[in-house]
Design a protein around this ligand. Sequence first.
Ligand code: ADP
Ligand code: MG
Length: 253
Amino acid sequence: MITLNQVRKKFREQEVLKGISLQVKKGDVVAILGPSGSGKTTFLRCINFLERADGGTLMMNHDNKIINLATASPKEILSVRRKTAFVFQNYNLFKNKTSLENIMEGLVTARSVKYDEAKKKAEEALAWVGLSAKRDVYPCQLSGGQQQRIGIARAVVLDPEIILFDEPTSALDPELVGEVLEVLRKVARQGITMIVVTHEMGFAQEVSNKVIFMDQGVIVEEGTPKKIFTNPTEERTKKFLSRFMETNNMYYI
Ligand code: ADP
Ligand code: MG
């Protein structure tokens, strides 16, 4: 489905990604865990060229072409962007567009879908995330949870091969996390392939079928949620998980 090989990225002298390789199969939900600054966001951004990697390759199954992330041509970048969608930590909605317009935007501009069809699809996506009533309001009139649900609808409506989620719930007040996780579960149930950077351990354990633990620009450990959460083998993974559980009063996952 998507194969990443030896992805590298430096910011000035700082090596942020030191050769990350990951294979994602169709329908996989991959959870990426790791401390702040470990390179999780940079990795996701390199996958769809929001950030330009210094090295590494990407291959997607629709054409099996190996793309060099460092030297990809505009055409190759477009071909990857057409098959991927990104959900941002801070929603990144257009402030001067309504909910419906936000969801339509990508269809009309990036996918060249005709206006009427885009509108119909966007209305369906709005209903799917339970926000039909908010069709004509602007982001400032929505809660964070609602904005993120629009962000997810905007990604899903593109019908991408894979959706990249960068800590989709971490900017939210705690009482709003649940509604967004509920929509994320719905995305997973659709069989949509997902990579989710998250600190929601319960969610990762319940929904993902593969967990990656990253630290300081490398994948320290990967495995099934059961293995990583109940029987991690690497010291760094154990430390991270135990520290995390303590600070969040989650002693028993
Ligand atoms: P994470 O998402 O795991 O918290 P990031 O990928 O955001 O980590 O960042 C990894 C490291 O790269 C951090 O030290 C961060 O300060 C640095 N970094 C991220 N983006 C930039 C940038 N645009 N310019 C310089 N340094 C950056
Ligand atoms: Mg991040």
